[in-house]
Write a protein that binds this ligand. Structure first.
Ligand code: ASP
Length: 439
């Protein structure tokens, strides 16, 4: 049995947090590969080391003095070294970083040092081997992730090292230059390591006990989700539910490796299991609710639209040409509505409208702005009658006007469009009907 454990920045923000992590790893001999983030925030006012590095490098790039900023970063690591009474010193590493900053080694290199240095400390603390991610994780010349080469090199390196630390967030381009994933990318590294060593489970340790049924900023103390499928997670993540980097599910998903989201500060909590499929029913009919504000609906009307072959394609061509992707497209007999992100659409608005007129000659176009989309997601919905009915009655009782409804053909989700200002009330009403008043 092999477990890959990834720890997020808040789990490694101080010596005290490192101790918790050490205890977690030592309590299970199967936790053989460790992927650390850079030290994160110790409290709300603190700054992540990754952001400190970006800040210091911004000065270096302009040829300004960055010694104070680099020293503050060094202090963050010294606190960990001293607190854990480690023998290792990072003095030489910081000297190298200083020189490379002066030589303008680039933002990617700068940001990656947070994970690199934390990996060195973690390996020393655990007595595990250190594997520099730049030697085992690769990007192609055009910057795209190189999955084939990474799989080959990473699995070969892991075969040689029965217990190792691989820092998260970065890899290298073909010429050896460091390149990072997008922010939060250590989750991806963890997933790649799990795939490469054919792990039995990928544990992703953070500061919450898994996914919640709804956003805790909207619902007070929401219930947590015990098991969620990859597909459900995709739907919820797309609609804004955070915790895990979106790209992190792909490598393990293909291999059928489950992800277990755990809480470093509450290690006894089971957390959330993310799995390919499960017979386990979720506790409620719905697995989760998530949503986003800031959409715009373009309503297009044309008499006898239903019998005009190619009308939909011509309308969508207008969006495609302007590089706008659409979110949903409910339609009626003589109407069709296209939902898009308002921020993307706003600046291209008139060009898109002109193109729709040119290609599709509609009778009438009308715009509605400041809309929110809410996804109610659940594998249990397929087998349950009346889910949509309950949603509507809950929303009607909460005085929320429903602008749009779209049930995906997989019956995994129901998307509801409401006004931005009704967003929170709508989520509250749906949560209450499915979770608080379970019938
Ligand atoms: N440290 C990086 C960030 O702050 C990557 C990560 O934590 O996953 O985005």
């Amino acid at each position: 049995m092999k477990k890959v454990v990834k720890f997020g920045g808040s789990s490694l923000a101080s010596a005290r947090q490192f101790e918790k992590v050490g205890k977690i790893i030592r309590s299970d001999k199967h936790r053989v590969y460790v992927v650390p983030s850079a030290p994160g925030k110790r409290n709300d006012k603190d700054t992540k080391v990754t952001d400190m590095l970006y800040g210091a490098y911004a000065l270096a790039k302009e040829g300004k003095d960055f010694s104070k900023e680099l020293a503050a970063i060094h202090d963050r690591y010294k606190e960990i070294i001293d607190g854990l009474k480690l023998k290792v010193s990072l003095d030489e590493e910081f000297e190298t970083i200083r020189k490379n900053f002066e030589a303008k080694a680039g933002e990617n290199y700068a940001a990656s040092r947070g994970e690199y240095l934390n990996g060195i400390l973690m390996a020393d603390y655990l007595g595990y081997e250190f594997i520099d991610a730049a030697k085992v994780i690769f990007f192609k010349e055009d910057g795209q992730f190189d999955s084939k080469k990474t799989q080959e090199e990473l699995s070969a390196a892991l075969k040689e090292a029965p217990k190792a630390v691989v820092p998260g967030f970065y890899g290298a381009l073909p010429d050896g230059t460091v390149k990072t994933f997008s922010r939060g990318g250590s989750d991806i590294t963890g997933s790649l390591v799990a795939k490469a060593c054919k792990a039995d489970v990928y544990e992703n340790w953070t500061d919450v006990s898994g996914f919640m049924v709804a956003d805790p900023r909207i619902i007070k103390h929401p219930k947590s989700i015990e098991t969620i499928t990859y597909r459900e997670l995709r739907e919820l993540a797309y609609m804004g539910a955070g915790v895990l980097h979106e790209e992190a599910i792909f490598p393990v998903r293909k291999e059928g490796i489950p992800i277990n989201i755990r809480n470093t500060n509450a290690p006894d909590d089971e957390g959330t299991w993310i799995v390919e499929s499960t017979c386990q029913k979720s506790k409620y009919v719905i697995t989760g609710i998530a949503g986003k504000k800031g959409f715009c609906a373009i309503n297009i009307e044309k008499d006898r639209m239903n019998s005009e072959v190619g009308f939909g394609r011509r309308v969508l061509q207008a969006f495609e040409e302007n590089e706008i992707s659409f979110e949903h497209m409910p339609s009626g007999i003589d109407t069709m509505t296209v939902f898009v992100h308002q921020s993307e659409f706003a600046e291209k608005e008139q060009r898109v409208l002109a193109a729709i007129h040119k290609y599709a000659q509609p009778d009438y176009i009308d715009l509605e702005t400041d809309l929110a989309l809410i996804a109610v997601v659940g594998r249990g919905m397929r087998a349950t009658r009346g889910t949509a009915g309950r949603i509507f009655s809950a929303l009607a009782h909460a005085n929320v006007n429903v602008k749009m409804i779209d049930q995906g053909s997989s019956e995994l989700n129901i998307i509801i469009g409401v006004k931005n200002e009704d967003f929170e009330d709508a989520i509250q009403a749906i949560y209450t009907i499915f979770v608080d008043t379970q019938i």
